[in-house]
Write a protein that binds this ligand. Structure first.
Ligand code: MTE
Ligand code: MO
Length: 309
C-alpha cells in the first residue's frame, strides 16, 4: 500500500508570502527552476499584477514584505509605525475615483479598474528614505506619472502638480483627530512630475498595494524624503503656482517644498548624514538625492540646496 506523506518542508499555501512568490517569479525570469506558483492572497483583497522590469532598479536587496507592510507612516491611521498595519484594513478602495484636472486640455476621471490600465505596469525597485532617518528598498509595481499627465495634456499654465489624499474620516481614524490638517496634500514642479523616475504605484511585490502602503494608488518620488510620496490619491491638479503641502503648512522651518534627500543639510532637530535600513543593525551613509543624483541633480542646478530644502 502506498502511504502519502505530507511534505513538511513545503510551505502551506497560506504561508507562501507575496515575497516568496515574487522571488520564485524572478527566478523564472532568470531561467532558474521554478517552484509551484501557488496563489497567495492576503486577508484583504490583494490581487496579483503583471509587470515587466522597468529601467531603474536599486541594486540593494529589497526589504521583506513584512518590513514594508508593518512599519509605515500613514497618519490617516495614526502616528505610530504599527498603526497603519493595524487599522488600514477599514479602508474601502473599491469603488475609487481619481480625477486629473486644473490646467489641462483633457480632464480625466479614472475608476478603480482604470488605475491599472493607464500604461503597461512596470516593476521598479527603489530606495525609500524617510525624513526621520530610516530607509527601505521596495519593489513597486506602477507606471510613470508622466504617462497619465500626457493623457491629460497640461497647458502652459500647468507649472506645478498638486496631489490630494482621500478624506474619509469614517474609515480613517487619524482624520477624526487634529494630528494633521486633512486631507494630506503634496506637490511637485512639472519637470519633477514628468521625470521618468517619478512613479504612480498600484502595487508592490507583484500584487495590489496593501492599504497601509497607500492603496489603491500612491506617488513614489525616490530622490525625495518619503513624505512627498503621498498615499491613496483622489485628485491630481495642474496648477500655476507652487502649491502648499501638508508638512510645509505644519512646520515650514523643518519641511520644505522640495524635500530632496540631502545628507549635507540636517533637519533642525537631527542629522541627515546617515540612516538606518529597516532590518539592519547600525547605520549607513545617506546619499545625495537618495542615490539618484545622476538622474535628477541637473533639475536643481542653480538652486541653493541649503536654502531650498
Ligand atoms: N496620505 C499620506 N501619505 C503619506 C503619509 C501620510 O501620513 N499620509 N506619510 C508619508 C511618509 S512620512 C512616508 S515616509 C511614506 C511611507 O511610505 P510606506 O509606509 O509605504 O513606506 O509615506 C508618505 N505618504
Ligand atoms: Mo517619512
Amino acid at each position: 500500500m502506498l502511504i502519502r506523506l505530507t511534505d513538511r518542508t513545503a510551505p502551506a499555501p497560506s504561508e507562501i508570502t507575496p515575497e516568496a512568490l515574487w522571488r520564485s517569479r524572478r527566478d523564472v525570469l532568470r531561467g532558474a527552476a521554478a517552484g509551484a506558483l501557488s496563489l497567495w492572497l492576503p486577508p484583504a483583497l490583494a490581487a496579483p499584477l503583471k509587470a515587466s522590469p522597468g529601467p531603474f532598479q536599486a541594486s540593494e536587496k529589497p526589504s521583506t514584505f513584512d518590513e514594508i507592510t508593518r512599519y509605515n507612516n500613514f497618519y490617516e491611521f495614526g502616528s505610530g509605525k504599527e498603526d497603519p498595519a493595524k487599522y488600514a484594513g477599514s479602508l474601502v478602495v473599491r469603488p475609487w475615483t481619481l480625477t486629473v484636472g486644473g490646467h489641462v486640455q483633457k480632464p480625466l476621471t479614472l475608476d478603480y479598474d482604470a488605475l491599472f490600465r493607464v500604461a503597461p505596469l512596470q516593476e521598479r525597485v527603489y530606495r525609500l528614505r524617510c525624513v526621520e532617518g530610516w530607509s527601505m528598498v521596495i519593489p513597486w509595481v506602477g507606471f510613470e506619472l508622466s504617462a497619465l499627465l500626457k493623457q491629460a495634456q497640461p497647458t502652459s499654465k500647468g507649472r506645478f502638480v498638486q496631489f490630494v489624499t482621500l478624506e474619509r474620516p469614517s474609515q480613517m481614524p487619524g482624520q477624526r483627530t487634529g494630528l494633521l490638517p486633512w486631507p494630506y496634500r503634496e506637490g511637485l514642479r512639472i519637470d519633477e512630475a514628468m521625470h521618468p523616475l517619478t512613479l504612480l504605484a498600484v502595487g508592490l511585490y507583484g500584487q495590489t498595494l496593501p492599504a497601509q502602503n497607500g492603496a489603491p494608488i500612491r506617488l513614489v518620488v525616490p530622490w525625495k524624503y518619503g513624505f512627498k510620496s503621498i498615499k491613496s490619491i483622489v485628485a491630481i491638479n495642474l496648477v500655476e503656482h507652487q502649491p502648499t503641502t501638508t508638512w510645509q503648512s505644519v512646520n515650514p522651518r523643518e519641511y520644505g517644498f522640495f524635500a530632496n534627500v540631502n545628507p549635507a543639510v540636517d533637519h533642525p532637530r537631527w542629522s541627515q548624514a546617515n540612516e538606518r535600513r529597516i532590518g539592519e543593525f547600525g547605520r549607513r551613509p545617506t546619499l545625495p538625492f537618495n542615490g539618484y543624483a545622476r538622474e535628477v541633480a541637473s533639475m536643481y542646478s542653480g538652486l541653493d540646496l541649503k536654502r531650498w530644502i
